[in-house]
Design a protein around this ligand. Structure first.
Ligand SMILES: Cc1cc2nc3c(=O)[nH]c(=O)nc-3n(C[C@H](O)[C@H](O)[C@H](O)COP(=O)(O)OP(=O)(O)OC[C@H]3O[C@@H](n4cnc5c(N)ncnc54)[C@H](O)[C@@H]3O)c2cc1C
Length: 411
């Protein structure tokens, strides 16, 4: 921390071997300060290095230090004009280590969580030794471990060649003349412009149905420009929010055995909007407890679901909404979504501990219902990694666990 700087963002990490306090400065200006990511001036934990190609011309490995922020990585990807991750969380001031730890995700029905793109993990183990996990099976357990495996230093991702789309063709307008003059590029006046627009529309429809879908609805109380609404991405990291996100498996369509039934998406979206307006209609206060946004994404299938995952999230401002009001609203939103059936579960990275799922306290629900098979599998895999790396599970627990992980993983 620079002398005189205020230690505004504090992170308290408590384990059985002691408690540690990390300080950061607020507001975090990373994304506001102009400049390029410069690999020659950064410390080891901020390094980004391209490694070998894994799919010719399309995919390469990339070793990234855990202190690299998403904004650093975005600047690096733009400067390189070559490769990027296929998806990412929408915040930019979070770290690569922090996005991987709780298995965060972006959007798109073919896109998995960020931890699914990890190919190698370097970490400092409970004895202070640097270790590497790169076995294809072990990495599935080691990639997103919330810090209980050890202190991760570098993550090697499979990164892909991004597609650069013209602004007028990425989300093509219904009428070509809707594109403002400033955004018209060469194709606009080309003789085959209509054909180009028609092909772009087909590509767009196909992508929406098969590859990428992300949407956002702001509460009735707040209006803002779309770039700000997209998660207040230049500010949310600097304000406290309450946030609960559920991941719902897409069910089978009744008439097409191998296809997902997208009507659950429509249902989940409108059920929450109805809940917001129902709240707003009651009494003299026209606001709902959801003061920031309702967000929804389609994602790739997750373990135990084959057709895809619907992620749906509600956010509010703690300073504007009382605890009781939020808890009641969020619990009602959870109950509605749990009523759709399937192995619905909260996103690990959100605040789920206060709520109940099917009437069961969340950590119990996670352990005994949602991840009944996966948590023992995870523990066994940790144990196997430990055998190879010279540590035992109880040593790991003593060094890196806390009450929550004791209960969820070790008991
Ligand atoms: C408003 C908002 C929007 C969000 N949007 C999304 C979204 O779009 N998609 C999504 O999936 N998530 C989303 N999240 C969750 C968010 O992405 C995570 O909270 C964030 O990535 C954490 O990053 P951080 O750098 O603050 O890490 P921290 O909060 O510091 O750490 C997160 C976890 O990773 C572990 N960890 C961090 N670094 C290391 C390391 N070096 N070694 C070992 N363990 C480590 C920590 O112990 C902790 O368990 C959102 C959260 C908020 C508040």
């Amino acid at each position: 921390m620079a002398p005189g700087a205020l230690p505004c963002s504090l992170c308290w990490v408590s384990s059985q071997s002691g408690s540690y306090l990390f300080a950061n400065t607020l507001p975090d200006p990373t994304s506001l300060i102009p400049g390029e990511y410069d690999s020659s001036t950064v410390p080891e934990l901020k390094s980004i290095d391209l490694k070998e190609e894994t799919v010719q011309g399309k995919k390469r490995l990339c070793r990234v230090g855990v202190a690299v922020t998403n904004e650093d990585f975005r600047r690096w990807a733009i400067a390189e004009k070559a490769l990027s991750l296929p998806a990412d969380v929408i915040l930019v001031e979070v770290t690569i280590g922090g996005v991987n730890g709780p298995m965060c995700h972006g959007a798109g029905i073919t896109h998995k969580t960020l931890s699914d793109y990890v190919r190698r993990l370097e970490y400092v183990d409970c004895h202070g030794r640097l270790q590497i996990v790169d076995d294809a099976v072990q990495i599935q357990a080691a990639a997103g471990t919330f810090g209980i495996l050890g202190v991760v230093t570098h993550i090697t991702y499979a990164v892909m060649k991004p597609l650069k789309e013209d602004v007028g063709l990425g989300v093509p307008p219904i009428d070509k003349d809707d594109i403002p003059v400033a955004l018209r590029s060469a194709w606009f006046d080309a003789p085959d412009a209509d054909q180009q627009l028609a092909s772009a529309t087909t590509r767009f429809n196909n992508r929406a149905a098969n590859e990428y879908y992300s949407d956002e609805n702001n509460t009735p109380t707040y209006k803002t420009f779309l770039p700000n609404a997209l998660h207040f991405r230049r500010g949310t990291q600097n304000m406290r929010v309450r946030d609960i996100e559920l991941q719902i498996p897409l069910p089978l369509r009744k008439d097409g055995p191998s296809k997902p039934d997208f009507s659950i998406v429509q249902r989940a979206w409108w059920d929450i909007i109805k809940l917001v307006y129902k709240d707003a209609d009651v009494g003299s206060d026209p606001s709902s407890a959801m003061r920031v946004a309702l967000e929804m994404r389609l994602m790739a299938p997750q373990k135990g679901n084959d057709l895809g995952t619907l992620s749906i999230e509600v956010l509010t401002l703690p300073d504007a909404v009382a605890d009781d009001e939020w808890h009641e609203f969020a619990q009602r939103a959870i109950d509605i979504r749990m009523s759709y059936g399937g192995n619905t579960r909260p996103h690990w990275a959100q605040k789920w501990d206060y709520f109940k799922f099917k009437g069961i306290e969340t950590s119990k629900y996670l352990k005994e219902v949602a991840y009944i098979d996966q948590i023992p599998e995870f523990r066994d895999m940790l144990s196997k990694i430990g055998k190879q790396h010279g540590w035992m599970l109880d040593e790991l627990q003593r060094r890196f666990s806390n009450e929550l992980w004791d209960k969820l993983v070790y008991e």
